[in-house]
Design a protein around this ligand. Sequence first.
Ligand code: 8YV
Length: 295
Amino acid sequence: MIPIYLASDCTPVLPGLLAQEFEVVREPGPWIRGMVTSGSLGASAQVMEQLPDLEIIANFGVGVDRVDLEAARARGLVVANTPDVLTESVAELALGLLLSAARRLPAAERTLRSGGWSVPSLGTQIYGKSCGLVGMGRIGSAIARRAEAFGMEIAYFARHPREVGYRYIPDLLELARQSDFLVLIVPGGPETDGLVTAEVLEALGPTGILINVARGSVVDEAALVSALVEGRLGGAGLDVFAREPEVPRELLALDQVVLTPHIGSATQEARRAMAELCVANLRSFFTTGKARTPF
Ligand code: 8YV
């Protein structure tokens, strides 16, 4: 059997699925030909150096921002990811965070659990509000469809206009100015690093709500924290952070903020399909020379 370095279990079903077709190895070594890694762990140039026979990196996740793509390219390695199978789950979480932040569900639930029965603070209706999407790829359009069904007005910012029926705004500041909710769903990496600046947050303003299901690196996190603490931004629903698993402490005390530990794809359905696609990428690569979903 072909030896595969499993750098992280990724999800409970993955090691078993992998072991049906490959030799699962838990440490890097010179004879290893494939590597499975999680989106959060990725693959550094150093780990690639420990794997001189490596041919393919199968990333469990759609985002490959933690894989050193330059080092992989220099070595001629194939990098595969898991697009599509997690689209609906991530879009559902985005809407969940949006509704949850708009209605301040965690604060209301905390009130009830601590024996209270009052409205901690009034929420915001989302019907009739504007939803600005930063990114209009597969997940962005799945979020847009859902937000539209809730009666929201959709507009988006992306590098180029897409073949979608939504209003394209080529200037992020302008999109933020025109949005009640700003939803981030762009890939991580150098191109989007710090894209959401203090100015963008200011344009979104004291009644605006930021939703991030992309990467923490997309937002100037220090600016986000001070805007929320000082009430210059209305609220936020955050699934991702700049230095995971670190979460800025100041956010923990804020009722207008909803926080989740990077669970965008964490459903039974998506995680199983991601595990299967990860293994299918390796199978396809080692039998045909082509991964099923190369990045
Ligand atoms: C993680 C994700 O990769 O697909 C992505 O890009 O962010 C997630 O699905 C997953 O949690 C594994 O680390």
